[in-house]
Design a protein around this ligand. Structure first.
Ligand SMILES: Cc1cc2nc3c(=O)[nH]c(=O)nc-3n(C[C@H](O)[C@H](O)[C@H](O)COP(=O)(O)O)c2cc1C
Length: 346
């Protein structure tokens, strides 16, 4: 049975879950178009997740991928927070904000027993994880309702670990990919490999199906990934300008401008490396800085800067997540993009 058959989809194309820039509308459109639509839950409360899944169920009977982060929440470290606030203080002053009133909050929620309780009643067909896998007990509960489990690997070692620890298929996330690196066995960025190099090496190292992600933005890219041994592809960045995504106008404009030619990995916005269009904050403090608190604690102090700057029309402090290939970013309906992506699959 092919991976697409196992997942219950017509096309071997997965829409990448993208927390913060899409919800049920994009997932529904992709599902109805014959791909695997995804609902990212890293920034949703269990109630919001449940509402979004109800919306999806009301509009489509096709399978859906529900996606979670599975990091361990860090202890907060007041000395580290103080250093981070000091680094950001000049920007707070510039925008007339008070550095002493940074809101508390984690920013991103990991998959836990409470989320699993809600998900168990909704029984999505596919559950995917970023940053490894949840505890064996939680993973067993997910598998008990028959869900197919996916997770991202950024190295051959991570792919082998995921196969050995219960992933039903591995998403091979090349260095080109937009958003957070799914890396979980290493923090060393020099271990990270491009899609073209990583895909055949993972293909040779595991027996579970592999899904190629990172830099795939058109039909030739899809065909190339399949030729290199991928069973399916996962595309993120190219969907960001579809009307069904919730990407802000500022982000959309940046994606379709020359600025999108320069992306970098940065830890400034969350505490973990993620790829986005280079901003003023990344140029001046990073893009990688030892001052940023552990994931996801860095997010809290960026929030006020981002909101204040965006109100003035500036993306200086916004995470403009994007992969290295933004050539697929156009204002076309997701089903049309999906059809184009699939047009050279033989
Ligand atoms: C804006 C954005 C947000 C993302 N958020 C998530 C997420 O919430 N969960 C996840 O597993 N991957 C996330 N990713 C990574 C994607 O799963 C995928 O690896 C990537 O989009 C593939 O590369 P591409 O962007 O070049 O197509 C995100 C990517 C982008 C561009």
């Amino acid at each position: 049975m092919s991976l697409a058959q196992r997942l219950g989809i017509d096309l071997p194309i997965l829409q990448a879950p993208m927390a913060g820039v899409q919800g049920s509308s994009l997932a529904i459109a992709v599902a109805e178009g014959g791909g695997l639509g995804a609902l990212p839950c890293a920034m949703l409360s269990p109630e919001a997740m449940s509402d979004e899944l109800d919306r999806i169920r009301a509009k489509t009977t096709r399978p859906i991928n529900v996606n979670f982060f599975c990091h361990l929440p860090p202890e907060s470290d007041s000395a580290c927070d103080a250093r981070w606030h000091q680094a950001l203080a000049p920007y707070y002053a510039e925008l007339g904000l008070d550095i002493d009133s940074v809101p508390a909050g984690l920013g991103r929620r990991p998959f836990d027993a409470e989320v699993c309780d809600v998900l168990e009643t909704l029984r999505p067909e596919v559950v995917s994880f970023h940053f490894g896998l949840p505890s064996p007990t939680l993973l067993e509960r997910v598998k008990a309702w028959g869900a197919t489990v996916l997770s991202s690997a950024t190295t051959v070692e991570e792919a082998m670990w995921l196969e050995a620890n219960g992933a039903d298929a591995v998403i091979v996330q090349g260095l080109e990919a937009g958003g957070h690196r799914g890396m979980f066995l290493t923090e060393d960025l020099t271990t990270q490999v491009g899609t073209l190099a990583l895909l055949p090496q993972v293909r040779a190292a595991v027996t579970v199906p592999v899904i190629a992600a990172g830099g795939i933005a058109d039909a030739r890219g899809v065909a190339a990934a399949l030729a290199l041994g991928a069973d399916a592809v996962q595309v993120g960045t190219a969907f960001l300008c579809c009307p069904e995504a919730t990407t802000s106008m500022l982000h959309r404009r940046a994606l379709q401008s020359e600025a999108a030619r320069h992306t970098a990995l940065t830890n400034l916005y969350s505490g973990r490396p993620a790829r986005g269009i280079v901003t003023r904050l990344m140029r001046e403090l990073g893009p990688i800085s030892a001052l940023a608190p552990a994931f996801p604690l860095a997010t809290a102090a960026i929030g006020p800067l981002r909101s204040a700057a965006e109100a003035l029309g500036s993306g200086d402090f916004s995470p403009l997540w994007a992969g290295q290939n933004t050539s697929g970013c156009r204002e076309v309906p997701a089903t049309a993009l999906l059809r184009e992506l699939a047009s050279e699959i033989s």
